[in-house]
Design a protein around this ligand. Structure first.
Ligand SMILES: [Zn+2]
Length: 91
């Protein structure tokens, strides 16, 4: 066997090897990174309704009150106080 033939065979084997393994390598390259802070969604300016005066208030500016299992939003502390005193009368 001549040395040139050996080189050709080596090249063919090398190309075959690359074809077999090349595809697998690509799959490993791009793994999507896990999204950060999945449990804290971006703050969006949602309008919430004040249950006392029925005004729509941007959530960011609203007065928050934990009421039973829900959070209630108010346009002002005055409305919040009115709601709390109203709830107090009920019970
Ligand atoms: Zn209000």
């Amino acid at each position: 066997m001549s040395p040139i033939k050996l080189v050709v065979i080596a090249i063919i084997l090398y190309i075959g090897y690359r074809l077999l393994t090349g595809g697998k390598k690509k799959n490993k390259a791009h793994r999507p990174a896990a999204p950060l802070e999945e449990d804290s969604p971006p703050v969006v300016d949602i309008l919430v309704e004040d249950p006392v005066c029925h005004k729509l208030v941007p959530k960011k500016q609203a007065i928050r009150l934990q009421h039973k299992e829900n959070i209630v939003y108010f346009c002002s502390e005055a409305c919040c106080n009115r709601f709390v005193s109203k709830e107090g009368e009920k019970e």
